[in-house]
Design a protein around this ligand. Structure first.
Ligand SMILES: Cc1cc2nc3c(=O)[nH]c(=O)nc-3n(C[C@H](O)[C@H](O)[C@H](O)COP(=O)(O)O)c2cc1C
Length: 273
């Protein structure tokens, strides 16, 4: 890696917090008056998490991502009352009925920009996005998933019964694959990256949580993902970069209905030691 941290010697107060916060322990400060520095070989293990530049009270540590940042957070600007957060999270619902209206690309980009800050293992940030914005293309891809399920259930796939229901419903004009959503978001990543699946799920969970703040709803496209993982035709239609695999997909659009109530859920099951 070619991004050793640089520290503004005039601005740096030598407080040492960057050194304390570094998850890899690769920032050293020789004495109280010395500038923090990267230890030899530190570049190789730096995960570019940016905690050093984000935590610095003096803003003295250089940007690791010159194109995007660090952004200043005025005190208290990220505070949210637990009751407000609970109300927001509880109000989120899986959306299976969508309005026909398309979501403009700028809004989808703004949503993905929020998701960009999701955590990832070793800050690997492996997730890439395919946004199928054209509703007709979403239908075509759902149709390919159904075509694979039709064959798979004939061939005795262990999920044949469920596929049979999905196929019959599709034939009756109802899309249970992408839920008739105008858009489909596919998280994809290097097929060989062992962290990619978990990181993709986390990113999609963030997307799902952030979507209602944009007036949007989502539905995890689990049936779509099962087909995408097995159907060469569907995989080809996705047109992902060489070596990438679809990690998971999510339908996206404006919800047709509002849920005025929160459904019940299991109580918290916790063991204390
Ligand atoms: C990994 C995963 C896959 C899912 N796949 C589907 C799916 O293929 N179709 C669907 O309608 N809902 C799908 N769901 C949505 C769940 O059914 C839904 O989260 C659950 O019923 C709880 O409802 P809620 O999200 O409104 O709280 C999926 C959810 C998850 C987390």
């Amino acid at each position: 890696m070619d991004h050793p941290i640089t520290v503004d010697s005039d601005a740096c107060t030598r407080c040492g917090i960057c050194m304390e916060i570094c998850p890899m322990g690769i920032i050293a400060q020789d004495g109280p008056d010395d500038l923090p520095r990267l230890v030899p070989g530190g570049e190789a293990v730096c995960s570019r998490c940016g905690h050093c530049e984000a935590v610095c009270p003096a803003g003295a540590v250089s940007a690791l991502y010159p194109a995007s940042g660090p952004q200043h957070l005025p005190g208290g600007s990220a505070a949210i009352a637990p009751a407000d957060l609970a109300a927001y999270l509880r109000a989120r619902r899986t959306v299976r009925r969508y309005r026909e209206a398309c979501v403009d690309k700028e809004t989808v980009e703004a949503l993905l920009d929020v998701v960009r800050f999701a955590p990832s293992g070793m800050n690997g940030q492996p997730v890439h996005w395919l946004v199928v914005h054209d509703p007709a293309e979403v239908r075509r891809l759902a149709g390919l998933a159904i075509a694979w399920m039709r064959e798979a259930s004939r061939a005795g796939h262990p999920m044949a019964d469920l596929f049979g229901v999905l196929v019959r419903t599709w034939d009756a004009g109802v899309d249970q694959i992408c839920r008739g959503a105008p858009h489909l978001v596919v998280a994809h990543a290097d097929a060989k990256d062992p962290m990619a699946y978990t990181d993709s799920i986390i990113a999609l969970a963030w997307l799902e949580v952030a979507a209602p703040s944009f007036g949007l709803g989502t539905c995890w496209a689990g049936f779509f993902q099962i087909a995408a993982a097995s159907s060469p035709a569907l995989l080809e239609a996705l047109g992902l970069p060489e070596g990438h695999a679809p990690q998971y997909a999510m339908a996206l659009g404006y919800p047709a209905y509002r849920f005025p109530r929160v459904p019940g859920r299991e109580p918290v099951r916790v063991t204390w030691r």
